[in-house]
Design a binder for this molecule. Structure first.
Ligand code: NDP
Length: 234
C-alpha cells in the first residue's frame, strides 16, 4: 500500500538514498531541501529551508492537501560547521542548531498533526554517533544531534498511544558529501571501525524503511546505531 512519505534533506547523500528506498517500496515520496533537487521517482520535491518554521508548516499543509495525510517523516536534513569551541562563532553554532535540531522539530510538528488525526505514523530522526564519541570540533553538531534523542523520546511518549512511533537512527561515518573532506583523516578513522569500512547511504536507508514498516510498530523511543560498530557500547 502506498504511503505518503516525506524526507527532508533528500537532494543527495543519505536523504536521497532513503527517498529512493521508499520509492522502490511503492510509496508516494515528497522531498524537501534548499536546492529542490531529488532522486528519480519522487512525487514532488519542495524547495524549503527546514530552519524556517513558517515555510515548513506551509509545505506540510501543501503536501497534505495534495497527497493526503503524511504517514512517514524522515527528518534527515543536516549540516556541519566544525570548529574548536574556543573559536566557534555564534553563526557556526546557530546555523548547525537551526538546521539539525530546530529543523527536525519543525518537520515533526508539521507532519504530526495529520498523523495524530489518522492515528498512524512513523517519525525517524537522523542523529549521529558524534554525541556519543565526543569528537573535537563538533560541539555545535554533537549538541544538536544529542538534542534529537531527547526530542524523539518526549515525542515517542506523547504519541505512542496514537500509534505513532518516533525513533532516532545514529549513523557512523557514511560516504557522502558531508564526509568527503575527511580525506587522509579516513586512514586514522578506519582502524576504529570494527566493520573495517565506512558506510554507504543505503546502509542507513534500509534501516529507516524498516523502522517505518509494520514489522517495527513496537519500536519507539529507540536510538539505533548504524555505524559498523564504531560507537559500540556507548
Ligand atoms: P549531505 O551533505 O550529503 O546532505 C545533506 C542534505 O541536507 C542535503 O540534501 C541538503 O540539501 C540538505 N539540507 C541541508 N541544510 C538544509 C536546510 N537548511 N533545509 C533543507 N535541507 C537542507 O549529508 P549526509 O547525507 O551525509 O547527511 C544526512 C544526515 O545524516 C544529516 O543529518 C547528517 O548530520 C547525518 N549524518 C551523516 C553522517 C555521515 O557520515 N555522512 C554521519 C552521521 C549523521 P540542500 O543543500 O539542497 O539544502
Amino acid at each position: 500500500m502506498s504511503r505518503v512519505v516525506v524526507v527532508t534533506g533528500a537532494s543527495r547523500g543519505i536523504g536521497a538514498a532513503t527517498a529512493s528506498a521508499f520509492v522502490q517500496l511503492g510509496d508516494t515520496v515528497i522531498t524537501i531541501s534548499r536546492s529542490g533537487n531529488s532522486p528519480d521517482g519522487v512525487a514532488k520535491s519542495l524547495t524549503v529551508d527546514v530552519s524556517d518554521a513558517d515555510a515548513l508548516k506551509s509545505a506540510c499543509d501543501e503536501i497534505v492537501a495534495e497527497f493526503g495525510p503524511i504517514e512517514v517523516l524522515v527528518a534527515n536534513a543536516g549540516i556541519t560547521r566544525d570548529g574548536l569551541a574556543l573559536r566557534m562563532t555564534t553563526e557556526q553554532w546557530r546555523d548547525v542548531v537551526a538546521t539539525n535540531l530546530d529543523g527536525a522539530f519543525f518537520s515533526a510538528q508539521g507532519a504530526m498533526s495529520s498523523m495524530v488525526k489518522n492515528r498512524k505514523g512513523s517519525i525517524v530522526f537522523i542523529g549521529s554517533v558524534s554525541p556519543f564519541l565526543g569528537i573535537p570540533g563538533q560541539a555545535n553538531y554533537a549538541a544538536a544531534k544529542a538534542g534529537l534523542v531527547g526530542l524523539a523520546r518526549s515525542l515517542a511518549s506523547e504519541l505512542a498511544r496514537r500509534n505513532i512511533t518516533v525513533n532516532v537512527v545514529a549513523p557512523g561515518f557514511i560516504d557522502t558529501e558531508m564526509t568527503a573532506e575527511l580525506g587522509s583523516d579516513l586512514d586514522t578513522l578506519l582502524p576504529r571501525i570494527p566493520a573495517g569500512r565506512i558506510g554507504q547511504p543505503e546502509d542507513i536507508a534500509h534501516v529507516v524503511t524498516f523502522l517505518a514498516s509494520e514489522q517495527a510498530r513496537y519500536i519507539t523511543g529507540a536510538v539505533l546505531p548504524v555505524d559498523g560498530g564504531l560507537g559500540m557500547g556507548l
